[in-house]
Ligand binder design. Sequence first.
Ligand SMILES: Nc1ncnc2c1ncn2[C@@H]1O[C@H](COP(=O)(O)OP(=O)(O)OP(=O)(O)O)[C@@H](O)[C@H]1O
Ligand SMILES: [Mg+2]
Length: 285
Amino acid sequence: MLNPRRIAFINEKGGSAKTTLVANLAAYLTLRRGRRVLGIDMDPQGQLGKVLGVDQRTPSRTAIDLLLDTLLGDPGLDRRPAGPDEQPSSVLPTLRTRIPGLDVIVANKSLGLFPAWQDGDDPDPTGRLARALESAPAIGRYDFVFFDAPPSFGPLTLNVLRAATEVVVPVPLTYLALDGCAEMVRTIATVRERYDHPGLRITMVVPTFYRRTKLAQEILEKLKKRFPKEIAQSVVGYHVKIDEAQSRGLSIFEYAPRDRGAQAMAELAEELELRAPGARLEDMP
Ligand SMILES: Nc1ncnc2c1ncn2[C@@H]1O[C@H](COP(=O)(O)OP(=O)(O)OP(=O)(O)O)[C@@H](O)[C@H]1O
Ligand SMILES: [Mg+2]
């Protein structure tokens, strides 16, 4: 099924602009392209809801409930294991954002306790997110599902990789970034084989925090060599308006639509749209 495209934004390196890309690319696709997008925060830091301006003080259900739903009857109220004939809830714990068409499943620290919630009876705890989404008909309303992954590798990231079919890797153009990329490629290969998920692929490698320095250029060249097809044609520099927008819970398209940062994000979002599975990159404008 191509609809929705399920795209994980992953890099084990912290601060590589994963959350920023999820929020802004999702905002562009909904605001300017009329798409419907669901952002799922799978990071216990819980920043996606914040940068999208969602009031997170009292969300009744969050991403942890999504993970527990596949096993429990009504986890929002009661965390006892479901009886044998209780159906898992198929209602997604989504919240609306200010932008029509852009919904979010927020996270908080409790998501970090996910490994502890496992009761030992589930033979496949890293497949829970995939199963939860499969059993939720509402997912079919979206054109894209974006997963915002945590910086460290663990059961949450594995859940994300098994629920996604595409991966976007933001790579900050700094010295250690290439190590993280190599690690990422190995992880994806493992998930393909070990979890019988052969369709998982890297759709786009996005250079972030681009600067006109010799080091940044060198790293960019190496990335192009390593990922000749996947490397994005646009790069994102450091644009202070992007950071400012986040601090106000706004996308760059609402906060400073004429800023160069908005232009870079728009180009990336359009490129991501064109890189649909099966699309030929040679056909890209
Ligand atoms: N292009 C940009 N220009 C200016 N600031 C940016 C840009 N991209 C991201 N930032 C800022 O850099 C910081 C880190 O970005 P972000 O939170 O998106 O990274 P992350 O990969 O999600 O981090 P983590 O691994 O902790 O989840 C944030 O304060 C964000 O606002
Ligand atoms: Mg983040």
